[in-house]
Design a protein around this ligand. Sequence first.
Ligand SMILES: Nc1ncnc2c1ncn2[C@@H]1O[C@H](COP(=O)(O)OP(=O)(O)OP(=O)(O)O)[C@@H](O)[C@H]1O
Ligand SMILES: Nc1ncnc2c1ncn2[C@@H]1O[C@H](COP(=O)(O)OP(=O)(O)OP(=O)(O)O)[C@@H](O)[C@H]1O
Ligand SMILES: [Mg+2]
Ligand SMILES: [Mg+2]
Lengths: 252, 252
Amino acid sequence: MIVLCVANNKGGVGKTTTVVNLAAAIGKTGRKTLVIDADGQGNATYSLTGLVHPTPSLYDVLMEKISLEKIILPSNEEFVSIVPGDPRLQNIDIELAAKPAREWKLSRALRLIDFEYVIIDTPPSLGLLTQNALAASQHVIIPVSLSEFSLIGMDKLLATIDEIGDELNIEDLELLGVLVTFYDETRLSRETYGILEKKFEERLLTTHIPKSIKLEESHRRNESIVSFLPNSPAGLAYTDLAQEVIKKSKAS
Amino acid sequence: MIVLCVANNKGGVGKTTTVVNLAAAIGKTGRKTLVIDADGQGNATYSLTGLVHPTPSLYDVLMEKISLEKIILPSNEEFVSIVPGDPRLQNIDIELAAKPAREWKLSRALRLIDFEYVIIDTPPSLGLLTQNALAASQHVIIPVSLSEFSLIGMDKLLATIDEIGDELNIEDLELLGVLVTFYDETRLSRETYGILEKKFEERLLTTHIPKSIKLEESHRRNESIVSFLPNSPAGLAYTDLAQEVIKKSKAS
Ligand SMILES: Nc1ncnc2c1ncn2[C@@H]1O[C@H](COP(=O)(O)OP(=O)(O)OP(=O)(O)O)[C@@H](O)[C@H]1O
Ligand SMILES: Nc1ncnc2c1ncn2[C@@H]1O[C@H](COP(=O)(O)OP(=O)(O)OP(=O)(O)O)[C@@H](O)[C@H]1O
Ligand SMILES: [Mg+2]
Ligand SMILES: [Mg+2]
């Protein structure tokens, strides 16, 4: 079972859009995929099912009130199931802070299930939810938009992920790659892309996700882009991303 | 002294862009304005000064190691000063959780200073940093982008802000308004704008901020849009927003 999380404390860089569409594209290859919505906003849950804040949810699993397999839901995408998130996750830091093994709740919960891929969506924060996601994962993908704020946050983000890995003694967490999102051909974007290429070299994933209003539209339809418009630039990009992720995650 | 915070737990909806440009536009009217960067990403600090994570910062104030006026910095904008943020703010929830009056640290710190306007930038979260910002404020502005995720989060966000107001017994916090950001004329945007108009009626601010690459460009120049391109659609919008905010905040 390959577990990967999508993380970036910068808001709105395409974490959820990547989780949903990467999972759906992997599902299209016939591989059983589980999405974990570890974000109290429940955006991945909504996009994949049309449900708003269903309960019970991941919150109840992390608080050890229910076991994970009891709350797995089917999604609108073939071969993709989901563990939903709800708003009680938003203040879980305060509730989990004093508990033993507080960063390992998700990791433990995942031991009882079996999928080919598990993909975890995280909130724009480096608190306990994201730490639980990292501790449970073998791989992390970091989406980065071609904006100044997204770029300048990258060094600190990578350093913090390393720190978390060390402090928690996470044995096998590695960076699968940095994923450029909101890619277009404006001068500002091309400048930033050039900086990212130099900075990250082979850690920059080959696939980049183009800016596309179709991605917003597909969330509204509660359909992935690879179901809605597989041959659009965004659809092709997420299909390519799935191939790149499958190859890279098997290789390690 | 009028204290207002800009809040929304959804990422990337234009909180920082609004804080920076609203503050600059108010500064252009000759009113002494203080920006508080209550977000560990330090985006407002970077945009207004070019500095990345200067210390000491708001973190040291909230942890009661230094008093606020000692860390106020000038910005690149006339009449605008800033209390910077740094990454230690990102895990302050865990550090503050056990302290007495943990949501009131910022409110207390603000008693010692005098500006005409104080504008607080918050992270995409409803944790202790945002709670400190709300407890310190008389007004809150909620930026909302014309996207599905931003829209569906609104009910829960407003309910949570009310809840926080009640639980903390914040006497005079009121919603100054909902601010539409990333406004354009696409069908998807016009649909969402229509829904927001119906839903919020007079609570929807008259000014809306157009989608404009110039706003991204002005962050890179460490210059506000009202200094860089005051007569661009985005520059005019933030100038109008300042007028609307000044009028509404005086009226209450
Ligand atoms: N490549 C793209 N082109 C155009 N729009 C996009 C693209 N990727 C994402 N979006 C849109 O941008 C918004 C932000 O994306 P998304 O919610 O996936 O980011 P996020 O990092 O998960 O945000 P948060 O930090 O709040 O969890 C959404 O409205 C989404 O539909
Ligand atoms: N009206 C707009 N038109 C075009 N780009 C914009 C607009 N408003 C903001 N942006 C850009 O969108 C990105 C997100 O904006 P911003 O950082 O202000 O959002 P935020 O809500 O503060 O994000 P976070 O939740 O991470 O704090 C930035 O790169 C910014 O330059
Ligand atoms: Mg998200
Ligand atoms: Mg911000």
